[in-house]
Design a protein around this ligand. Structure first.
Ligand code: DX5
Ligand code: ZN
Length: 220
């Protein structure tokens, strides 16, 4: 299992202070910064686009883990690459040609990820696991922070981990001190968390706690 990477979701941050919130997360030990891009069409919410990523990039060298919850993900690859995105994770449900899209993302100089909604079977991504940099298993319906972790998604994580021992497997939605153990045991190593990290008394302690669970599974 690859090393733990903790990716705080800036969706739970104060958007009016985005650069400071990003820096605060890096100072608290974040490996990635998770940027939730929603288009009001693929999901029933609107958040940010490439111009925001471009502004953030002027203030940080951090790894920008961009989660594109958008229709027609092919359309935004160049804009996100130019804006300084590090990883471009699209939804398998949003494209007819995931293989070509991965090539497009890599050619643009970004890492490529594929995300899977709760109702989508995990075998939909098997054909791409050897060329993609990360698979994101959604543990809530995409669209909003603060929802409850769907434990039944762990079967997907287990299946992927058994088949692909070295793959970065990210989980996103409802990860906190109660659910991290289950996710880590199933084989997830990239942990997205918004509410739990931003609402914690100490974001630094919460990031350490999430990391420790993944590290503990890895040591076994
Ligand atoms: C939901 C987003 C998540 C969200 C997670 O569609 O993809 O990244 O911010 O938020 P929490 O950790 O609050 O469930
Ligand atoms: Zn996300």
């Amino acid at each position: 299992m690859p090393v733990a990477k903790i990716s705080p979701s800036l969706l739970s941050s104060d958007f009016a202070r985005l650069a400071e919130e990003c820096q605060r997360m890096v100072d608290c030990g974040a490996d990635y910064l998770h940027m939730d891009v929603m288009d009001g069409h693929f999901v029933p919410n609107l958040t940010m686009g490439a111009p925001i990523i471009k502004s953030v990039r002027k203030h940080t060298d951090a790894f920008l883990d961009c989660h594109l919850m958008v229709a027609e993900p092919e359309k935004w690859v160049k804009d996100f690459a130019d804006a300084g995105a590090s990883m471009y994770t699209f939804h398998i449900e949003a494209t007819d040609d995931a293989g070509a899209l991965i090539d497009q993302i890599h050619s643009a100089g970004m890492k490529a990820g594929i995300s899977v909604k709760p109702k989508t079977p995990v075998d939909s991504v098997f054909p791409y696991c050897d060329k993609v940099d990360q698979i994101l298993i959604m543990t809530v319906e995409p669209g909003f922070g603060g929802q409850s972790f769907m434990e039944d998604m762990m079967e997907k994580v287990k299946t992927l981990r058994e088949k692909y021992p070295n793959l970065d497997i990210e989980v996103d939605g409802g990860l906190d001190e109660k659910t991290i153990g289950t996710a880590a045991k199933a084989g997830a190593n990239v942990i997205v968390a918004g509410t739990s990290i931003f609402k914690a008394k100490s974001s630094k302690d919460m990031i350490s706690l999430l990391r420790k669970h993944v590290d503990d599974v890895q040591k076994k």
